[in-house]
Design a protein around this ligand. Structure first.
Ligand code: NAD
Ligand code: UFG
Length: 339
């Protein structure tokens, strides 16, 4: 198939391009590089032996989209392009809604005009809000996401859910990611935050390499085993494998399908620190700090539906997630900027 990958220069998108190409698909990336570097796509080409098509541009640019769809016969779209910094979304809600919701609407309109009706969308476990219980199945009620980023994901899910009601040619996969971590085993591509990382694993990795001094552990009084927050960390390559399987399933099945992509098991912040120390041999200095606003105590997936319907399950355990993160970070201490 010929797949348009929006946000394909980003962390998860670049890993998706690798697997799509390795599975024999043709890939064109549309990315405005607002949170990524073209170098990631050069690295993808080193891994796969084939450079993906690349169009520098914005998913909100209607004219560009029409030209892109006119020039190519896409079979499906994997839509990763979005802004994702939770704290920034609180300060700049309009920018987040415009980019994430507005961008998706422009994209779907262009798809309709071009007669392309298959989309795999990057949603998030954040749509569950503060879950009533864990593990979380897809049937759990949508909660109240605690920030505009999370609300933008919930809004896009609502928009995409309407499409097949109006036109039965649409087939949409809403993939609710838990916490993607890790990197491609080559160490050539990985997560490259442009500022101080918001997320735990990139923060730990930058402490280990000496770019940051100390980790703040946000909250040690949660009702969890050791008092720190518990999340379902999933290797990015397992996550991406779920996308390829979802693509095959929605090819034959119109409508909207929702799948959790998680491992089904949670780890605490302190467990994550220890696991990283073990694979890297580096000490991670940390300090117990107050809770971060908007955080929940514990969140992990019930991945049974994805197992049953996609024939998918996460294969890589915590040690592999950490080893791959460390290989990427230690070989690229400054991310894509050097090396
Ligand atoms: P990322 O920032 O690395 O990748 C997003 C890419 O989209 C970047 O390359 C950016 O330049 C591009 N982009 C953003 N706005 C664009 C626009 N208007 N037009 C064109 N390109 C644009 O983020 P990621 O971690 O790879 O996340 C990919 C997707 O997965 C996002 O939709 C994100 O919300 C979602 N997601 C991520 C996580 C996570 O923890 N990483 C969790 C749940 C969901
Ligand atoms: N944490 C720290 N110190 C840090 C960063 C994080 O202790 O410097 C803790 C958090 O409090 C939390 C855990 O590490 O307990 C994981 O935090 P992340 O920021 O890595 O991930 P979140 O679960 O908060 O957020 C992720 C994605 C969001 C998504 C959300 C809901 O980054 O995009 O999951 O699924 F919205």
């Amino acid at each position: 198939m010929h797949i348009l990958v929006t946000g394909g220069a980003g962390y998860i998108g670049s890993h998706a391009v690798v697997q799509l190409q390795q599975a024999g698909h043709t890939v064109t990336v549309l990315d405005n590089l607002c949170n990524s570097a073209e170098e990631a796509l050069l690295r993808v080409a080193r891994i796969t032996g084939t450079a993906p098509g690349f169009v520098l541009g914005d998913v909100r640019d209607r004219q560009l989209l029409d030209e892109l769809f006119a020039d190519n016969r896409f079979d499906a779209v994997m839509h990763f392009a979005a802004l994702k910094a939770v704290g920034e979304s609180v300060r700049q809600p309009l920018r987040y809604f415009e980019n994430n919701v507005g961008g998706t609407i422009s994209l779907c309109q262009a798809m309709e005009r071009a007669g392309v009706f298959r989309m795999v969308f990057s949603s998030s476990a954040t749509v569950y809000g503060d879950p009533e219980s864990v593990p979380i199945p897809e049937t759990a009620p949508m909660g109240e996401p605690t920030n505009p980023y999370g609300r933008s994901k919930r809004m896009v899910e609502q928009v995409l859910t309407e499409l097949p009601r109006a036109d039965e040619r649409w087939s949409v996969a809403l993939l609710r990611y838990f916490n993607p971590v890790g990197a491609h085993e080559s160490g050539l591509i990985g997560e490259d935050p442009q500022d101080i990382p918001n997320n735990l694993v990139p923060y730990i990795a930058q402490v280990a390499i000496g770019r940051l001094e100390q980790l703040s552990v946000f909250g040690s009084d949660y009702p969890t085993g050791d008092g720190t927050g518990v999340r379902d960390y999933i290797h990015v390559d397992d996550l991406v494998d779920g996308h390829l399987r979802a693509l095959e399933v929605i090819r034959e099945r119109p409508g909207v399908q929702v799948w959790n992509l998680g491992t089904g098991r949670g780890y605490s912040v302190l467990e994550m620190i220890r696991a990283f120390e073990q694979v890297s041999g580096r000490e991670i200095p940390y300090r117990l700090s107050p809770r971060r606003a908007g955080d929940i105590a514990a969140c992990w997936a019930d991945p049974e539906k994805a197992g049953r319907e996609l024939g998918w399950q996460a294969r890589h355990g915590l040690e592999r997630m950490m080893a791959d993160t460390w290989r990427w970070q230690s070989r690229n201490p400054e991310g894509y900027r050097k090396g």
